[in-house]
Design a protein around this ligand. Sequence first.
Ligand SMILES: [Zn+2]
Length: 90
Amino acid sequence: MTCREAIDVLADFLDQTLTVELAVQLEEHLRDCPPCRAYLNTYRKTRELTGQTGRVEMPEEMKRRLYRFLLDRLPPPLDYHSSPAGDPRP
Ligand SMILES: [Zn+2]
């Protein structure tokens, strides 16, 4: 599961409407991905603050900021063409 997929299903996860299969995948992703855990915590807090138990739409601005926060913490994509270690093949 990618971070984007994880974020897409977070609301369903909190509503417990996610399929077991997806919930397991999400939990596995969250275990290895602190930024997504932070996103989940913020999302959950937002719902608590608004006092709603159902699905809550995050304000666009917050969504953008969180997504930015998340992307900034992701490792950059591997660049196989300019590895400083040189060609690993013999
Ligand atoms: Zn993630």
